[in-house]
Each structure stands twice: as C-alpha cells, then as structure tokens.
Design a protein. Sequence first.
Lengths: 306, 245
Amino acid sequence: MPTQNLVETHNLTKEYGKVRCVDSVNMQVPSGAVYGFLGPNGAGKSTTLKMLLGLAKPTAGDITLFGMPVKEKTRMKLLKQTGSLIESPSYYGHLTGEENLQIIQTLKGCSEKDIDKVLKIVRLEDARKKLVNHYSLGMKQRLGLAAALLGFPKLLILDEPTNGLDPAGIQEMRELICTLPSEYGITVIVSSHLLSEIDQMADHVGIIRKGGLVYQNTLESLHSHAKQQIALRVSHPAIALDLLRQDGITAAQEEDYLLLPMMDDAYVANLCKQLVSQNISLYRIEKREKSLEDIFLSLTGKESSL
Amino acid sequence: MKTSYGKAVHAERLKLRRSPVWLAFIALPIISAFFGTCNYVLNIEILKKEWFSLWTQHSLFLCYFFMPALIGTYCSYLWRLEHTRHNWNSFLTSPLPLWALYFGKLTQAVCMTVLGNAWIFFLYYICGKIAGLASPFPKEAMSWFFFGTVGAVAICCVQLFFSLIIRSFAIPIGIAMAGGIFGLLITNKGWGLRYPYSLYSVGMRANNPNLEIDMSAHLVNSLTYFFLFTALSILWLRKHEISAN
C-alpha cells in the first residue's frame, strides 16, 4: 500500500513569456503508484513532467522528489533514481540498440547485465544488434522505455509512451507499465490524453486542463463520480416536481425530463403509481448514467480527446 | 569505479562509433601536404630554406582555412548528436554534473585535434623525405606543434560554444571558416595573439617559420579563451530549457 508521496509539487507554475502553461499545480504521487497524468493536448502535461526532471525551470512553486527539493545541488542524486521517456524516444540512429543502451548504462553507472534484462523486458533481444535507424517507431519507443528502465530507478516518468505504437504494442506497453510497481518497486508517472488508456493503467489520476490540475485522486474515486440517475418524462412536469418534493425526493428538471437520484425498483414502481393517481401521464422512464467520459469532459472541456 | 568525467568521456566515445567525421582529419591534411609539396618541388629554385620552405607551403592553407573548418565540423558533429532525435532530454537527464558532460565533448574535440595535428607533422616529415631534404628535421617543429595544439584547443572551446547554442550544423562551420580567413588579416596586422582563430596559425608559425612569438602571451590568451568559452558553454547548459513541442 502506498504510504507516502514520492513526488509532490506545490503551486508549480511555468510561464513562457506571457503564456502560463502550468498554473499552480499541486501534484501528489504516492510511492508505488501508477499515476496517470491525463489532459488534452497542450494542457501542460509535458511541461510539468519536464519540470520534475529539471529540463524546464519553474517560474514559481516547488517540487519535491523522494523528499528532496529539485534544485541544482540535488539534481544528480535525484536523476540517479529516476528514469524518463519524454515526448519521443531519444536515440543515436547510427548505433545499434545495444550500443544506445551502453551509452545510458555508462552514464548511469549501472551494471552491464541490466542491458540484457531491460532488452528482455521490452522484447528487443532479437533487434539488439540492429541499427536504431532501421527500427520501427514502436521499436524505438520500446528502446526508449528500456533506456528509462536501466538501473531500475525508483521513479519512472513516461510522457505519452504509447504514441506511435500499434494496438498490440499499446496493449503490451500498458501491461508492462502495470507490472512495474509490483515486480520492480517502481513508481510510475504516465501521461496521456486518452482517458481509456489511463483507466487501464493507473491507480491514481491527475487531470490537467489549461495548465491547472482540475482533479486528483484515486482512479476508484473518479469512478465513484460516475453517477446513475432515473429520468422521467411526464405530461405535467411542474406538478410532478412538486409532488416529488413533497415526498422528500430531490429532483431536477432538465428539458422535458425530471432527473431523480438512483432508487430501487420497488420505489420507482410506487412513484409511478402515485403520479398516475394524480392524473399525470407517464411517457418514459430511463436509467441514466454519467460515464467516466462525461466526467472527464466536464473537467477538461469538450475539446478533449477520449 | 569511473569518475563522472570518465563516464562522460566513455559515453562520448561510444557515441562516435561508426561516425566517419574523423576521415576529414585524415584526408584534408593529405590534400594540403600533396599540393604544398608539389608547390615546393616546382619552386625549389626560389624556396631555398629546405624544411622551413616546405613548412611555408604545407601550413598556409592548412592553418588558416582547413584546420579551423575541420575543428568547426567536428564540434558541430559532437553537438549535432544531441540536437537531433530529442537527445537533449536524455543528455540533460544523465545523472552527471553538467561540467562533466561538457568536458566529455571537449575531450573528444581536443583528442581529435591533437591527433590531427600530429598527422600534419607526420605528413610534413614524410613529404620532406620524399622531396629529398637532406638537412635534419627542424627542432623548432616541437614548438610549432605545441603552440599550434594549444591554439587549436582554444578554437575547440569557441567552436563547441557556437555549435552548442546554434542548432544548425552548417552555420558554426561557416563561422569557423570565416574566423580562419579573417585570422589571416588579423595576423597580418600583428594582432594574431589576441584573436582565437589566429592562435593556431600563429602557434604553428604558418607561412613564417622564423616568426618570433610571445610564448607567454600565446599561452595566457589561449587559456583565457579556454576558460571563457568553457564557462559560457556550461552556463548555457545550466540555463538551457527544453521547451515543449
């Protein structure tokens, strides 16, 4: 069970000129979590992740990784425990996959055996001697993940890691990310603009919109926001609304429908009898569900991808 | 257990595998030596100072035009590796101090320059023998080599800085070429020791083996450019931000 936050930001803000890309973000990533960082394109996900890695300097606010502030003095210590794949994978195309990993392994100072391990994890063993220029985009993405995994860091930051992957590759990447906390004790921050993707990978979620964090909690909690309602279409909505209120039922009128909280079948049957007995014709009874997508859209605006 | 600097140098060496850029350091001095020797042999009646005369023919184009451009090309290539394929992300998230990452690059540039300069002197010796020079190889060549190499290191620092801050591959090379050509004018004015691109040609006594130089001024100025442009490069790395796509 996650006990403490591995990553914390306080009022993290980034401005480029007069444009505020990240606005007072208070991010909390528990240790051992897969934290889905969700938001539409251009919402500020990559900029936030770059600030966590020191690739961009915050205009205001603080970042704490592993309980240490992100500063020039702590940079090396923090980067030793962090792996990352930001935007697109970094690689030297004139070298083989294995040689690319040797460079990272040298810089990280980890064991050479790690190269074999990570190549096995991302299933690139057969392509290790091939020049990376000849890799497909999916293979390059997997090489980028392998590089990030070298040294088995405590924290892995992945920015849209499924970009450019085919459906099988996406599924493979998701499954791999899900196993990282349990098998290797790695806390993962993974960004995406796709709700479905985060829904399948993460146990914690942060939703960013126009630079601001509009939601942050467990994915379970986000699911609990998915409300179910009973919708009634009747001949005289105003009279029906009064009757319902007299019975202590909180209802709201939305166009031709009355929206009631979820109730059991017996209660609905009894309610129908009551309305009919008051000469109100009942045209339609529907069960309505506010899906995760609806919640996401209401949090991020209609421009978001799902 | 490798130091941060050792790791950075090793990583840079790995990055340069299968990179044919070093071939230019082999090929251009051969061209220069070939034409220089031909010119010497064809004008042997007026070029009477044997090794010194041969050196004037070898060094003129090489020191003012070829070498600054070669160093510029090599430095551009070293940073091009990071300017492309989102490699800045990986480079700047390496758990090494920024000075170590910079010196990893500088070490490669300096090693290539030293080897290139040694190759130039080797060709000079071979060409002298082929041209049938009977007198002994000049002792002064040691000084030319040393001060030339020191001056070349200063050019490496200047060029590494330009190639770091300019993403284009060609523009820094253009700067190096212009710097070398302009250096000819500066040296003729007598200000060669103050201008970074002339420190190499002045140190090598290009076209003028009898030139007396103020050695301490040469060393101090070379070191000044070394420290100045190294500091600028590390400062730039510290301030540099990777903006979002």
